[in-house]
Ligand binder design. Structure first.
Ligand code: G3P
Ligand code: CA
Length: 268
């Protein structure tokens, strides 16, 4: 019989800064990582995609106009899809001014630059592969970058990296290509299908709306691909009372734009 490890006791949930501390600084910028660090938040969530010429960058939307000044810099390039731009062009954009003039000139970070900043800040990374269907092979590209930057753990469990996606195929690819990496599936699969996800995902990370204690229990009762209880990191909780509720359901992590507010609501 397989020897199972004991289920660990659960403390207060981990609090994770969503797109960095994106309630305090422009999302997915180095400034938002720094804002989280200034609040004492170790874990930072980001979204990673790929430029037309193959550079991995930190950006949520598949187009650039919401969070950069791309319309002013490249007025003739609508609909401003990331895939239609090179890394050199992306480097010209201002991803901070839309949030506040004090952030003018904040770039769209490359994944490499972002990893360097997290290392300086002693922070940990929940890396979402965003819209992987647009970027064939992005899983291998991300793993190579993580390896080059010294972020791949030698064995499971690593202590500072989780790679997650809404795409089960993408999470499965990461697990198969680098089994030592901790993985997460974003979503709320039907209870009857949770087993299948636990074959390749160490976490199942549901939206907080509609979340129940029973659903959290059912996930945590499963053993993930490494024989440990599957974890639950719920998103995106920006209300203190709701944070207390989901903490009461026993979630392992709460992802928030305002991690300071969540931490305070949970009593430090
Ligand atoms: O970490 C999960 C959460 O980030 C997913 O939603 O749209 O903010 O990427 P979204
Ligand atoms: Ca995300």
């Amino acid at each position: 019989p397989v020897q199972l490890e004991p289920v660990p006791e659960r403390d207060n949930p981990q609090v994770i800064a969503h797109r960095g501390a994106s309630g305090h600084a422009p999302e997915n910028t180095l400034a938002a990582a720094d804002a989280a660090a200034d609040l004492g938040i170790e874990w930072v969530e980001i979204d990673v995609q790929r430029t037309g010429d193959g550079e991995l960058v930190v950006l949520h939307d598949t187009t650039l106009e919401r969070t950069t000044d791309v319309e002013a810099i490249f007025p003739d390039r609508a609909p401003w899809r990331l895939t239609d731009f090179t890394a050199d062009e992306i480097a010209l954009l201002d991803a901070g001014s839309w949030f506040g003039e004090e952030y003018a000139g904040e770039p769209v970070p490359t994944l490499g630059d972002y990893l360097d900043r997290l290392t300086v800040n002693h922070q940990k990374l929940l890396l979402e592969i965003k819209s992987p269907e647009l970027y064939p092979g992005i899983e291998a590209d991300i793993l190579e970058e993580l390896s080059n930057e010294g972020w791949l753990p030698e064995a499971y469990p690593g202590r500072r990296l989780v790679v997650q996606s809404f795409s089960a195929a993408s999470v499965r690819a990461v697990h198969e290509q680098a089994p030592e990496v901790k993985t997460g599936f974003i979503g709320s699969p039907p209870v009857a299908e949770l087993d299948g996800y636990a074959q390749f995902a160490d976490q199942i990370n549901p939206r907080h709306t509609g979340l129940t204690a029973d659903y959290v229990d059912r996930i945590q009762a499963l053993r993930g691909p490494h024989g440990r209880p599957v974890e639950v990191m719920t998103w995106t909780v920006n209300d203190g009372e709701r944070a207390v509720e989901v903490a009461g359901m026993g979630v392992d992590g709460i992802i928030s734009d305002v991690p300071d507010r969540v931490r305070e609501a949970l009593g430090g």
